[in-house]
Write a protein that binds this ligand. Sequence first.
Ligand code: ARG
Length: 547
Amino acid sequence: MAPMSSLPSKLSQRVEAVAGVDPEMRPATKPQFGHFQSNVALRLAKTEGRPPREVAADIVSRLDLDDLCEPLEIAGPGFINFRIKAEVLAAEAAAVLDDPHAGIVQTDEPRRVVIDYSAPNVAKQMHVGHLRTTIIGDCFHRVLRAQGHTVIAQNHIGDWGTQFGMLIEQITDEGIDASTLTLAEADELYKRAAAHFKADEEFAHRSRARVSQFQGGDEQSLAIWQQLVDVSKVGFDAAYERLNVLLTDDDLAGESTYNADLPVLVDELERSGVAVVDDGALCVFVDGFEAPLIVRKRDGGYGYATTDLAAIRHRVRDLDADRIIYVTDARQSGHFAQVFAAARKAGFLPGDVVAEHVGYGMVLGEDGRPLKSRDGSAAKLSDLLDLAEQNAAPSIAIAAIKYADLSSGLQKDYTFDAERMTKTTGDTGPYLQYAHARCSQILRTAEAQGHAVGAISVLAEPAEHQLALLLSRFGEIVDEVAQSLTPHKLCGYLYELAGAYSTFYEQCPVLRSEGEVRSSRLALCRATQKVLATGLDLLGIEAPERM
Ligand code: ARG
């Protein structure tokens, strides 16, 4: 875990040393309660059977926080209120401004973190589900990288499977040159092939025969397969570019990567007794799951689960992962729980390697139902981007989508309301971009007028205190997001910061003040600009200088 040195953790540690338990410091709910509040005395009073205010007074008398806080206060039934000294707040905010990482604590235990995200399927357009995994996985990527971990993105694209039998047959029937297709055309072809497969028994029969030919290494089939993979990659890359995510072709490690390993792995599982034959299929039984994980089907084929076992083994053994994060929709959580358990049983996933599945909820239309495209299939990713771009310029539209996706708890469903998401007011991505542009604007004006940005020193106004306090908390928030994989906490923090900046801007004249006050306030503007830009970047959102 990264060392925490932020103000609340410093306070926490010192209170804990006296109280003997975690004081569970919370930001104060009202300015008159100071900056932080603890209910530790109320909790201790219960176990000790003493009046809470007496316990609070006892703790306060033994605490020496003169270097950090104004004299402590006991409030209401026995809360302890902490008000940070103005000069401490100034120093904390100044440290963020001076730090090249804007206060993001660099880990002293760098980990190798594999993140499995995006993973669209060949010959199918990316849909709304892939929008979420791509945005969320990319945010995790950025956050963990910012702390100094080594992130290895793995794009586990669906580039293998029985669907290629019918795709190749359809291409052959239609006499198409697959290398000339766009991804959208390949998607259309997929639909024609699927319909054909359903309607025509003879075609279905040929398709199945094609599967075994192709999986047996038939060159002509493999050549067509390769063409489909290639045109699909072009389509995926276009989406990644539009979304401005970190994924590149180097991160591609599709299902087919593991083909050669599957018989080896399955053989090993069988020999070690981890997998047993049950009703003709080779299965791994894991406690807590009713149905076993099938690693080799009765017909000898391998499926999604077998590939995932091979992928885990590769990630641990060859990529040397300490932590593996999978980002898919919540419906796959059972699959991953079982795969992880089977991998542990097989010894592919040692106890010190963390494997986590982060499942996300659905994107709903304004009618409250899962977003669909006109033909009833899941809404296409490109259509959603188009929709947002009808309301705003591309970099703002992308900000709107990403923020909407990340700002409520990942497990929750959310409504895709392009008009609301792209507004520059309210809890939106564009609002945060706008706050950043405002910071930039004032700094530009100051420069044009010859006013220098000074050191953060004179903090007299409550609005300045609040802003400095929030700035000092950035590193701790990022650390929390890195550990608990909860981007909405970063969104909430940035939204609060933008609000505190607005209040500061209204209540504390910057350009119209003089001397040290002005130069200190300008420095607060610059620190806010820096934290907003860094924070937005962690969400994958651009921070424009002007809007
Ligand atoms: N291709 C799959 C889909 O579109 C997601 C793959 C997720 N990753 C994995 N290792 N299974 O649903």
